[in-house]
Design a protein around this ligand. Structure first.
Ligand SMILES: [Fe+2]
Length: 412
């Protein structure tokens, strides 16, 4: 982990990442820019700060780096914690990504896709048990950064994990339904596999106008054809023998909106099948937090506020509530600045108090590494609180581990 501070010229202040290391004072005393403010937050909330500092003849700002902790370091620290923070078996999620990739790539061969989908159902059946044991689903989501070619498969796996996680919380004593939601998440966009020529993310984003899109120039005709992927996906699954009504409705209805303005059936409110409502929320949240779509270290927090803002129009508020109640305002993996200047990573949140998660403290207030890392229960300490989220460590890099010893079959 790098520990450094450096001077940043004023005209570069809003184009670098870091945290203000020292208070910037005006000549007669008042603080113009307090230490501890993250530059990414400043860029968004106070872009006029540069003009203000220039007016006070400030030419440079002392900046310190945000923590640069490797995935290996973080996971090692996680394993040593007492009580432990459980993650999903990373081999299982990696296997799911690679299996889904194989299905997409052989989608036109009926026999191969049938075999692949059945194998995928076997993988999905193992996930609810894994999901039940973790309180920190955002730590188990797969990072799609730098893996553009696998983005669609990674999105599907993350959506499946989130859908299962939400379903587990809404219907804790209905394991068969949780399993169906996981499977619905895996296959929600399978119809896109037949649409290789169309923009792949055009219609899967929530209707937030300010969110950057991967594809900005979608023609109206393309969008209409694209919207058929829900029906195509449902038909494809029926064709290979899937007859679980919850899986099928999740695939068909994951673009319906609470206000009736969605597709393909323009259902509204509770007329939308519940599995479809759950996958809709999981799909939207995954897209919003994807580092490929939004290159912003505070994306987890922004994703949460966007989900809240779309609740009345797009989503079932109870399902959004179930997601937010379990990931908290600072989701596991969020890098946070504490009120005493220390920096840590959120390990897990508590459903009864979203502002008080358990945090792994990595840097002290002087930006020195804490060795070994300490855990801090914000609730118990009382005097320390989270000032802001400054980065997102939740999307861990998926390591290229060998998939030996797995019993499920892989499609060639
Ligand atoms: Fe979709």
């Amino acid at each position: 982990m790098k520990q450094m501070t450096w001077n940043v010229a004023l005209d570069e202040l809003l184009s670098v990442e870091g945290i203000v290391a020292e208070d910037i004072l005006s000549k007669n005393g008042p603080v113009l820019l307090p230490a501890g403010v993250s530059l990414s937050a400043l860029r968004e909330a106070e872009p006029e700060i540069v003009a203000l500092l220039a007016k006070h003849h400030i030419t440079h700002v002392r900046v310190r780096s945000v923590p640069d902790i490797t995935a290996g370091e973080f996971r090692t620290a996680l394993r040593k914690l007492v009580p432990a923070v459980n993650e999903l078996n990373p081999m299982l999620t990696q296997l799911a990504v690679s299996q889904l990739g194989a299905i997409y790539q052989s989608i036109e061969d009926r026999r191969t896709r049938e075999r692949g989908i059945k194998t995928m159902l076997a993988i999905a059946s193992r996930l609810p048990r894994e999901i039940r044991k973790t309180s920190s689903i955002t730590l188990s989501m797969v990072d799609s950064n730098e893996r553009e070619g696998e983005r669609d498969y990674i999105h599907a796996v993350n959506t499946a994990l989130l859908a299962g996680y939400i379903a587990q919380r809404v219907f804790p004593i209905w394991p068969a339904f949780v399993e169906s939601c996981v499977m619905g998440g895996f296959f929600h966009d399978i119809g896109k596999a037949f649409m290789a020529e169309l923009p792949s993310a055009a219609s899967s984003q929530p209707s937030q106008p300010s969110q950057p899109r991967r594809n900005k120039n979608v023609l109206p005709g393309e969008a209409k054809i694209y919207n058929l992927h829900t029906l195509l996906g449902e038909a494809l699954l029926r064709d290979v023998g899937v007859n679980d009504a919850y899986i099928l409705s999740a695939v068909r209805s994951h673009h319906e909106k609470w206000n009736g303005q969605g597709s393909p059936d323009r259902l509204s409110g509770e007329n939308i099948p519940v599995a479809g409502r759950i996958v809709a929320v999981a799909n939207a949240f995954e897209n919003l937090t994807s580092s490929l779509l939004i290159d912003d270290p505070r994306r987890a927090n922004k994703a949460i506020s966007t989900m809240i803002s779309l609740t009345n129009s797009d989503f079932d508020r109870r399902i959004v509530g179930a997601l937010l109640a379990s990931i908290g305002l600072y989701p596991p993996g969020a890098v946070v600045l504490l009120s005493d200047g220390r920096i840590g990573i959120v390990l897990e949140t508590k459903e009864h108090n979203l502002l008080c998660p358990r945090v792994l403290v990595c840097l002290d207030k002087n930006n020195r590494r804490v060795t070994p890392f300490e855990t801090l229960n914000i609730n118990k300490e009382g005097t320390v609180y989270i000032k802001e989220a400054i980065d997102d460590f939740g999307k861990r890099k998926q390591e290229q581990e060998q998939l030996s010893g797995e019993a499920v079959e892989k499609v060639d």
